[in-house]
Write a protein that binds this ligand. Structure first.
Ligand SMILES: *Cc1c(COP(=O)(O)O)cnc(C)c1O
Length: 336
């Protein structure tokens, strides 16, 4: 493929023509292979289609001017994939096998990686294929593991627009014990409330705050910055433990911010918002500034309503490491 032809394609809409695949049957994984990206034959009784036994990951590989390619925090993403598989009682791929599938695919797709700030977005996917519609309360003993690769370009090519977010204090994003699991069902669960909020309030995303406690949006973690302090929810099973979140907290400490991880409520968030900054973190955008929080139909401007300087500074610090412009002091990059 010719990656530069697709420069304006939306995130994730283009795939490379190669994927890695392995299958699990009779208690063992097959050898992984690289295949042409395309449809798989799947039985309509497959476990994942009926009972939601599927999970995925998302992370990026960056190509430098010298041609070397560096994958960001692959070990963390592989470990999280194992955790998701375990939670859904899916056959767990061996971390070394998945790592090998990813690095082999990245190596074979070198020529498809756009220049920084573009990257190759990697999407491992694991799903249960046992063809048995009676297996509602039985795990899938057969599975497919695929790794897809998608060239992505500058997420903020159109400029960094501050986001408008609805504060949702009643609906939950997902079942509380599944918050840490990166599974399609959680996205399906958040879709209805998110589309309804878009329609009713013209917001970009929904910040789920069940019972008034600030959690996260449908696909990104939430953090606030004010007076040299960074505030975000402490880890528990109710939300996804983002690798970007973790990386930003480490860098914030390096840069001298006080980092506070604790439960906090909507009222405190709105107080912080008067003079502070708010942002969403995740692999795709890294860090995206929030300009407005809408609660019960009332809009609250965050700071001056634009993407704040601290948000930009933290984002740039992380992106610099990912792209090889700043030293990798924490050993986050794997060279391929
Ligand atoms: C993937 C995801 C994130 C972000 O995680 P990163 O590891 O930073 O990409 C946050 N919340 C949810 C619900 C997610 O699925």
């Amino acid at each position: 493929m010719n990656p530069s032809r697709h420069q304006n394609a939306p995130f994730g809409s283009i795939l490379t023509d190669k994927m890695a695949i392995a299958t699990y049957r009779d208690g063992a994984w097959s050898e992984a292979e690289i295949r042409v990206t395309g449809p798989l034959e799947i039985h309509p009784a497959a476990h994942a289609l009926h009972y939601g036994s599927s999970c995925f990951e998302g992370f990026k590989a960056y190509r430098r001017a010298d041609g070397s390619v560096h994958i960001f925090r692959m070990d963390r993403h592989v470990a999280r994939m194992m955790q998701s598989a375990r939670a859904l009682v899916l056959p767990e791929p061996d971390p070394a096998r998945l790592t090998q599938m990813v690095t082999t695919l990245v190596d074979r797709c070198r020529g498809d990686i756009p220049d920084a700030p573009g990257a190759l977005y990697l999407r491992p996917l694991l799903f249960g294929t046992l063809p048995n519609i009676g297996a509602a309360a039985t795990p899938s003993t057969e599975a497919v593991l695929v790794v897809l690769a998608s060239p992505v370009w500058d997420y903020f090519a159109g400029g960094m627009k501050p986001l408008k977010i609805l504060v949702e204090e009643h609906a939950q994003r997902c079942a509380p014990h599944l918050g840490v699991v990166k599974t399609g069902g959680n996205y399906a669960a958040a879709m209805g409330p998110t589309l309804a909020a878009r329609k009713a309030h013209g917001v970009d995303q929904v910040l789920f705050c069940p019972g008034g406690e600030v959690q996260e949006t449908g696909a990104a973690n939430f953090l606030m910055i004010r007076d040299g302090e960074l505030l975000t929810r402490s880890l528990d099973s109710s939300f996804l433990h983002g690798v970007t979140r973790d990386s930003l907290l480490v860098l914030a400490r390096d840069l001298g911010y006080r980092v506070t991880e604790r439960v906090f409520r909507v009222d405190e968030m709105l107080q912080w918002a008067q003079t502070g900054e708010a942002a969403l973190s995740g692999t795709a955008a890294v860090l995206a500034g929030v300009g407005t929080l809408v609660r019960e139909g009332v809009s609250h401007q965050v700071g001056d309503g634009s993407v704040g300087p601290e948000t930009r500074k933290l984002r740039e610090a992380l992106v610099a490491i990912q792209q090889g412009e700043a030293p990798d002091r924490h050993g986050w990059l794997t060279r391929v």
